[in-house]
Write a protein that binds this ligand. Sequence first.
Ligand code: TXA
Ligand code: MG
Length: 331
Amino acid sequence: MSSVESSFAFFAALRETSFVQTVLTKSPTEAAEFIKRGGIVAFPTETVYGLGANIFDEKAIAKIFTAKQRPNDNPLIAHVGDAEQIELLTAEITGSARKFIEAFFPAPLTLVLPKAARVPMIATANLETIGVRMPKNSVAREFLRACETPLVAPSANLSGRPSPTTWQAVFEDLNGRIDCILKGERTEIGLESTVVDCTSEKPFILRAGAIGLEELQKIVPETWIYNVKENEMARSPGLKHRHYAPRAKVVLIGEGEMRNADSSAFIGLRKPEIEFDLVKVCASVEEYAHELFAFFRDCDRKNIETIYCQTVVENGIGLALMDRLKRASEK
Ligand code: TXA
Ligand code: MG
Protein backbone atom coordinates (compact mmCIF):
# COMPACT_ATOMS: atom_id res chain seq x y z
CA MET A 1 0.00 0.00 0.00
CA SER A 2 1.42 3.45 -0.88
CA SER A 3 1.60 6.10 1.88
CA VAL A 4 -1.20 8.04 0.18
CA GLU A 5 -3.39 4.93 0.12
CA SER A 6 -2.60 4.05 3.71
CA SER A 7 -3.38 7.54 5.01
CA PHE A 8 -6.61 7.42 3.01
CA ALA A 9 -7.48 4.09 4.63
CA PHE A 10 -6.61 5.53 8.05
CA PHE A 11 -8.96 8.49 7.66
CA ALA A 12 -11.70 6.23 6.28
CA ALA A 13 -11.33 4.01 9.36
CA LEU A 14 -11.36 7.05 11.65
CA ARG A 15 -14.61 8.24 10.09
CA GLU A 16 -16.04 4.78 10.56
CA THR A 17 -15.29 4.81 14.28
CA SER A 18 -15.55 8.51 15.22
CA PHE A 19 -18.26 9.16 17.77
CA VAL A 20 -20.98 11.72 17.15
CA GLN A 21 -23.14 13.06 19.97
CA THR A 22 -26.69 11.93 19.13
CA VAL A 23 -29.30 14.44 20.34
CA LEU A 24 -32.78 13.11 21.17
CA THR A 25 -35.69 15.50 20.64
CA LYS A 26 -39.44 15.57 20.13
CA SER A 27 -39.26 18.88 18.27
CA PRO A 28 -39.41 18.71 14.45
CA THR A 29 -37.98 22.26 14.22
CA GLU A 30 -35.02 21.43 16.48
CA ALA A 31 -34.35 18.27 14.43
CA ALA A 32 -34.59 20.29 11.17
CA GLU A 33 -31.78 22.59 12.39
CA PHE A 34 -29.37 19.62 12.20
CA ILE A 35 -30.38 19.02 8.55
CA LYS A 36 -29.81 22.70 7.75
CA ARG A 37 -26.30 22.45 9.24
CA GLY A 38 -25.42 19.41 7.08
CA GLY A 39 -26.25 16.74 9.66
CA ILE A 40 -28.20 13.48 9.48
CA VAL A 41 -31.41 12.93 11.46
CA ALA A 42 -33.61 9.88 12.12
CA PHE A 43 -37.35 10.60 12.00
CA PRO A 44 -40.62 8.63 12.20
CA THR A 45 -42.77 7.85 9.17
CA GLU A 46 -45.88 5.66 8.88
CA THR A 47 -43.79 2.72 7.56
CA VAL A 48 -40.48 2.62 9.48
CA TYR A 49 -38.10 5.28 10.86
CA GLY A 50 -35.99 6.97 8.16
CA LEU A 51 -32.49 8.50 8.32
CA GLY A 52 -32.65 11.85 6.52
CA ALA A 53 -30.15 14.20 4.87
CA ASN A 54 -30.65 17.23 2.59
CA ILE A 55 -30.92 15.74 -0.93
CA PHE A 56 -28.74 18.55 -2.36
CA ASP A 57 -25.93 18.12 0.22
CA GLU A 58 -23.52 15.43 -1.04
CA LYS A 59 -21.40 15.45 2.12
CA ALA A 60 -24.44 14.87 4.31
CA ILE A 61 -25.59 12.02 2.05
CA ALA A 62 -22.14 10.41 2.33
CA LYS A 63 -22.59 10.44 6.13
CA ILE A 64 -25.73 8.30 5.73
CA PHE A 65 -23.81 5.58 3.86
CA THR A 66 -21.09 5.60 6.56
CA ALA A 67 -23.47 5.63 9.54
CA LYS A 68 -25.57 2.75 8.20
CA GLN A 69 -22.58 0.88 6.69
CA ARG A 70 -24.71 0.81 3.56
CA PRO A 71 -23.28 -0.59 0.30
CA ASN A 72 -22.72 2.39 -1.98
CA ASP A 73 -24.60 0.80 -4.90
CA ASN A 74 -27.91 0.99 -3.02
CA PRO A 75 -29.95 4.09 -4.01
CA LEU A 76 -31.84 6.25 -1.50
CA ILE A 77 -35.49 7.33 -1.59
CA ALA A 78 -36.32 11.06 -1.80
CA HIS A 79 -38.92 12.24 0.74
CA VAL A 80 -40.99 15.33 -0.01
CA GLY A 81 -43.30 17.40 2.18
CA ASP A 82 -45.51 18.57 -0.68
CA ALA A 83 -46.32 17.34 -4.18
CA GLU A 84 -44.72 20.36 -5.93
CA GLN A 85 -41.27 19.22 -4.81
CA ILE A 86 -41.64 16.11 -7.00
CA GLU A 87 -41.23 18.32 -10.09
CA LEU A 88 -37.97 19.63 -8.66
CA LEU A 89 -36.48 16.14 -8.34
CA THR A 90 -37.66 14.44 -11.52
CA ALA A 91 -37.09 14.98 -15.25
CA GLU A 92 -40.56 13.67 -16.06
CA ILE A 93 -43.68 12.61 -14.18
CA THR A 94 -45.01 9.77 -16.30
CA GLY A 95 -48.72 9.11 -16.85
CA SER A 96 -48.91 6.17 -14.44
CA ALA A 97 -47.02 8.15 -11.78
CA ARG A 98 -49.49 11.04 -12.09
CA LYS A 99 -52.37 8.64 -11.50
CA PHE A 100 -50.70 7.05 -8.45
CA ILE A 101 -49.83 10.46 -6.99
CA GLU A 102 -53.41 11.63 -7.36
CA ALA A 103 -54.89 8.43 -5.95
CA PHE A 104 -52.53 7.78 -3.04
CA PHE A 105 -50.10 10.55 -2.02
CA PRO A 106 -49.28 11.14 0.83
CA ALA A 107 -48.80 7.39 1.28
CA PRO A 108 -46.49 4.45 2.03
CA LEU A 109 -45.67 4.37 -1.68
CA THR A 110 -42.43 5.20 -3.54
CA LEU A 111 -42.51 5.98 -7.26
CA VAL A 112 -39.35 5.52 -9.36
CA LEU A 113 -39.05 8.20 -12.08
CA PRO A 114 -36.33 9.68 -14.35
CA LYS A 115 -34.22 11.94 -12.13
CA ALA A 116 -33.58 15.67 -12.58
CA ALA A 117 -29.94 16.66 -13.26
CA ARG A 118 -29.85 18.75 -10.05
CA VAL A 119 -30.18 15.63 -7.87
CA PRO A 120 -26.63 14.49 -7.02
CA MET A 121 -25.60 11.04 -8.28
CA ILE A 122 -24.64 9.90 -4.75
CA ALA A 123 -28.36 10.09 -3.82
CA THR A 124 -29.31 7.54 -6.48
CA ALA A 125 -26.11 5.43 -6.38
CA ASN A 126 -25.39 6.55 -9.97
CA LEU A 127 -28.80 5.57 -11.33
CA GLU A 128 -30.57 7.93 -13.75
CA THR A 129 -33.81 7.37 -11.83
CA ILE A 130 -35.02 8.49 -8.42
CA GLY A 131 -37.54 6.99 -6.01
CA VAL A 132 -39.90 9.65 -4.60
CA ARG A 133 -42.23 9.32 -1.66
CA MET A 134 -44.46 11.72 0.29
CA PRO A 135 -44.95 10.27 3.80
CA LYS A 136 -48.34 10.43 5.46
CA ASN A 137 -47.19 10.53 9.08
CA SER A 138 -47.89 13.98 10.59
CA VAL A 139 -44.55 14.28 12.46
CA ALA A 140 -42.67 13.36 9.26
CA ARG A 141 -44.60 16.01 7.35
CA GLU A 142 -43.96 18.68 9.97
CA PHE A 143 -40.26 17.78 10.00
CA LEU A 144 -40.02 17.85 6.16
CA ARG A 145 -41.70 21.26 6.07
CA ALA A 146 -39.30 22.60 8.73
CA CYS A 147 -36.28 21.30 6.71
CA GLU A 148 -37.38 23.47 3.74
CA THR A 149 -35.80 20.93 1.35
CA PRO A 150 -36.56 17.39 0.17
CA LEU A 151 -34.56 14.74 2.02
CA VAL A 152 -33.07 11.42 1.06
CA ALA A 153 -33.94 8.82 3.67
CA PRO A 154 -33.21 5.12 3.85
CA SER A 155 -34.53 3.12 6.81
CA ALA A 156 -32.69 4.17 10.00
CA ASN A 157 -31.07 0.81 10.80
CA LEU A 158 -27.59 -0.61 10.35
CA SER A 159 -27.50 -2.23 6.90
CA GLY A 160 -28.91 -5.76 6.92
CA ARG A 161 -30.72 -5.36 10.28
CA PRO A 162 -34.53 -5.20 10.61
CA SER A 163 -35.88 -1.70 9.86
CA PRO A 164 -36.67 0.30 13.03
CA THR A 165 -40.30 0.72 14.04
CA THR A 166 -39.53 2.65 17.26
CA TRP A 167 -37.05 5.42 18.11
CA GLN A 168 -35.48 3.01 20.63
CA ALA A 169 -34.63 0.62 17.77
CA VAL A 170 -32.94 3.51 15.93
CA PHE A 171 -30.99 4.31 19.12
CA GLU A 172 -29.93 0.66 19.44
CA ASP A 173 -28.34 0.68 15.95
CA LEU A 174 -27.22 4.27 15.42
CA ASN A 175 -26.55 6.03 18.74
CA GLY A 176 -23.19 7.79 18.40
CA ARG A 177 -23.30 7.54 14.59
CA ILE A 178 -25.94 10.18 13.71
CA ASP A 179 -26.63 13.77 14.81
CA CYS A 180 -30.20 13.54 16.03
CA ILE A 181 -33.20 11.27 16.58
CA LEU A 182 -36.62 12.89 16.26
CA LYS A 183 -38.64 10.85 18.73
CA GLY A 184 -42.14 9.92 17.59
CA GLU A 185 -44.62 7.14 18.18
CA ARG A 186 -44.13 3.56 17.13
CA THR A 187 -44.73 3.38 13.35
CA GLU A 188 -48.27 2.48 12.24
CA ILE A 189 -47.50 -0.01 9.46
CA GLY A 190 -44.20 -1.57 10.44
CA LEU A 191 -43.01 -2.58 6.94
CA GLU A 192 -41.39 -0.34 4.32
CA SER A 193 -43.19 1.43 1.46
CA THR A 194 -44.20 -0.25 -1.79
CA VAL A 195 -41.65 0.71 -4.48
CA VAL A 196 -43.12 1.02 -8.00
CA ASP A 197 -41.05 1.68 -11.12
CA CYS A 198 -43.06 4.12 -13.25
CA THR A 199 -40.42 4.78 -15.93
CA SER A 200 -41.74 2.27 -18.47
CA GLU A 201 -45.14 1.98 -20.08
CA LYS A 202 -46.40 -0.64 -17.63
CA PRO A 203 -45.49 0.17 -14.02
CA PHE A 204 -44.09 -2.64 -11.91
CA ILE A 205 -43.56 -3.32 -8.22
CA LEU A 206 -39.90 -3.55 -7.24
CA ARG A 207 -40.58 -4.02 -3.52
CA ALA A 208 -43.91 -5.12 -2.03
CA GLY A 209 -45.22 -2.89 0.77
CA ALA A 210 -48.27 -1.54 2.51
CA ILE A 211 -50.04 -0.53 -0.71
CA GLY A 212 -50.90 -3.87 -2.32
CA LEU A 213 -50.83 -4.93 -5.97
CA GLU A 214 -54.64 -5.09 -5.99
CA GLU A 215 -54.92 -1.43 -4.89
CA LEU A 216 -52.41 -0.28 -7.51
CA GLN A 217 -54.19 -2.24 -10.24
CA LYS A 218 -57.43 -0.44 -9.42
CA ILE A 219 -55.68 2.78 -10.53
CA VAL A 220 -53.41 1.38 -13.29
CA PRO A 221 -54.62 -2.11 -14.29
CA GLU A 222 -51.38 -3.00 -16.17
CA THR A 223 -49.29 -2.86 -12.96
CA TRP A 224 -47.25 -6.06 -12.45
CA ILE A 225 -44.69 -7.49 -10.05
CA TYR A 226 -41.04 -7.65 -10.99
CA ASN A 227 -39.44 -10.89 -9.83
CA VAL A 228 -35.78 -10.22 -9.04
CA LYS A 229 -34.97 -13.91 -8.75
CA GLU A 230 -36.10 -14.57 -12.32
CA ASN A 231 -34.06 -11.69 -13.68
CA GLU A 232 -30.30 -11.66 -13.61
CA MET A 233 -29.79 -7.91 -13.41
CA ALA A 234 -31.57 -6.57 -10.36
CA ARG A 235 -33.46 -3.42 -11.37
CA SER A 236 -33.51 -2.25 -7.77
CA PRO A 237 -29.98 -2.72 -6.44
CA GLY A 238 -31.13 -2.76 -2.83
CA LEU A 239 -33.10 -5.93 -3.38
CA LYS A 240 -30.03 -8.07 -3.91
CA HIS A 241 -28.55 -7.19 -0.52
CA ARG A 242 -29.39 -9.21 2.57
CA HIS A 243 -32.21 -7.54 4.44
CA TYR A 244 -34.46 -7.39 7.44
CA ALA A 245 -32.65 -10.13 9.30
CA PRO A 246 -32.29 -10.63 13.04
CA ARG A 247 -29.14 -12.35 14.31
CA ALA A 248 -31.24 -15.44 15.07
CA LYS A 249 -31.96 -18.05 12.41
CA VAL A 250 -35.41 -17.51 10.81
CA VAL A 251 -37.44 -20.56 9.79
CA LEU A 252 -40.73 -20.30 7.88
CA ILE A 253 -43.43 -22.77 8.77
CA GLY A 254 -46.82 -23.65 7.34
CA GLU A 255 -49.52 -25.04 9.56
CA GLY A 256 -48.83 -28.28 11.40
CA GLU A 257 -45.06 -28.05 10.94
CA MET A 258 -44.18 -26.49 14.27
CA ARG A 259 -41.20 -27.72 16.17
CA ASN A 260 -39.40 -26.22 19.09
CA ALA A 261 -35.71 -26.33 19.79
CA ASP A 262 -33.42 -24.79 22.38
CA SER A 263 -34.06 -21.09 22.81
CA SER A 264 -36.67 -20.65 20.11
CA ALA A 265 -39.48 -18.21 19.44
CA PHE A 266 -42.70 -18.16 17.44
CA ILE A 267 -44.63 -15.43 15.63
CA GLY A 268 -47.80 -16.03 13.64
CA LEU A 269 -51.56 -15.83 13.51
CA ARG A 270 -52.42 -18.95 15.49
CA LYS A 271 -51.41 -19.98 19.01
CA PRO A 272 -48.80 -22.75 18.69
CA GLU A 273 -49.56 -26.10 20.32
CA ILE A 274 -46.06 -26.46 21.70
CA GLU A 275 -44.11 -24.18 24.01
CA PHE A 276 -41.59 -21.58 22.95
CA ASP A 277 -39.45 -19.18 24.97
CA LEU A 278 -41.13 -16.24 23.30
CA VAL A 279 -44.49 -16.24 21.51
CA LYS A 280 -46.35 -13.53 19.61
CA VAL A 281 -49.82 -14.37 18.34
CA CYS A 282 -51.22 -11.66 16.06
CA ALA A 283 -54.92 -11.06 15.47
CA SER A 284 -54.50 -10.11 11.79
CA VAL A 285 -51.97 -10.00 8.96
CA GLU A 286 -51.77 -6.22 9.52
CA GLU A 287 -50.84 -6.74 13.16
CA TYR A 288 -48.27 -9.41 12.14
CA ALA A 289 -46.67 -6.88 9.75
CA HIS A 290 -46.75 -4.21 12.45
CA GLU A 291 -45.04 -6.48 15.03
CA LEU A 292 -42.51 -8.42 12.93
CA PHE A 293 -39.38 -6.22 13.01
CA ALA A 294 -39.80 -5.30 16.69
CA PHE A 295 -40.23 -9.02 17.47
CA PHE A 296 -37.01 -9.84 15.59
CA ARG A 297 -35.13 -7.26 17.64
CA ASP A 298 -36.72 -8.53 20.86
CA CYS A 299 -35.57 -12.06 20.01
CA ASP A 300 -32.00 -10.83 19.44
CA ARG A 301 -31.96 -9.03 22.79
CA LYS A 302 -33.08 -12.27 24.47
CA ASN A 303 -30.49 -14.36 22.62
CA ILE A 304 -33.10 -16.49 20.87
CA GLU A 305 -31.41 -18.86 18.42
CA THR A 306 -34.28 -19.82 16.13
CA ILE A 307 -37.43 -17.85 15.24
CA TYR A 308 -40.29 -19.82 13.70
CA CYS A 309 -42.50 -17.58 11.56
CA GLN A 310 -45.87 -18.74 10.31
CA THR A 311 -46.41 -18.14 6.59
CA VAL A 312 -49.43 -16.09 5.38
CA VAL A 313 -51.47 -15.79 2.19
CA GLU A 314 -49.66 -13.53 -0.30
CA ASN A 315 -52.23 -10.85 -0.95
CA GLY A 316 -52.67 -7.28 0.32
CA ILE A 317 -49.96 -6.57 2.90
CA GLY A 318 -49.47 -10.36 3.14
CA LEU A 319 -47.34 -10.12 -0.02
CA ALA A 320 -44.97 -7.63 1.63
CA LEU A 321 -44.91 -9.62 4.86
CA MET A 322 -43.99 -12.85 3.02
CA ASP A 323 -41.31 -10.95 1.07
CA ARG A 324 -39.66 -9.79 4.33
CA LEU A 325 -40.03 -13.24 5.93
CA LYS A 326 -38.43 -14.97 2.94
CA ARG A 327 -35.54 -12.51 2.89
CA ALA A 328 -34.98 -12.84 6.64
CA SER A 329 -34.87 -16.63 6.31
CA GLU A 330 -32.23 -16.50 3.51
CA LYS A 331 -28.96 -16.66 5.37
O1 TXA B 1 -40.86 3.02 3.80
C1 TXA B 1 -39.80 3.30 3.27
O2 TXA B 1 -39.62 3.26 2.05
C2 TXA B 1 -38.63 3.71 4.21
C3 TXA B 1 -39.02 5.03 4.87
C4 TXA B 1 -37.90 5.62 5.68
O3 TXA B 1 -39.50 5.93 3.92
N1 TXA B 1 -37.41 3.83 3.46
C5 TXA B 1 -36.73 2.74 3.01
O4 TXA B 1 -35.54 3.03 2.37
O5 TXA B 1 -37.12 1.60 3.16
P1 TXA B 1 -34.41 1.95 2.07
O6 TXA B 1 -33.26 2.72 1.59
O7 TXA B 1 -34.19 1.12 3.27
O8 TXA B 1 -34.98 1.10 0.90
C6 TXA B 1 -35.09 1.70 -0.38
C7 TXA B 1 -35.37 0.66 -1.43
C8 TXA B 1 -34.14 -0.15 -1.76
O9 TXA B 1 -34.54 -1.49 -2.04
C9 TXA B 1 -33.63 0.55 -3.02
O10 TXA B 1 -32.85 -0.28 -3.84
C10 TXA B 1 -34.92 0.98 -3.69
O11 TXA B 1 -35.78 1.34 -2.62
N2 TXA B 1 -34.71 2.14 -4.56
C11 TXA B 1 -34.43 3.41 -4.19
N3 TXA B 1 -34.24 4.20 -5.27
C12 TXA B 1 -34.40 3.42 -6.36
C13 TXA B 1 -34.31 3.62 -7.77
N4 TXA B 1 -34.01 4.81 -8.28
N5 TXA B 1 -34.55 2.57 -8.57
C14 TXA B 1 -34.84 1.36 -8.08
N6 TXA B 1 -34.93 1.09 -6.74
C15 TXA B 1 -34.71 2.10 -5.91
MG1 MG C 1 -33.65 -0.38 4.44
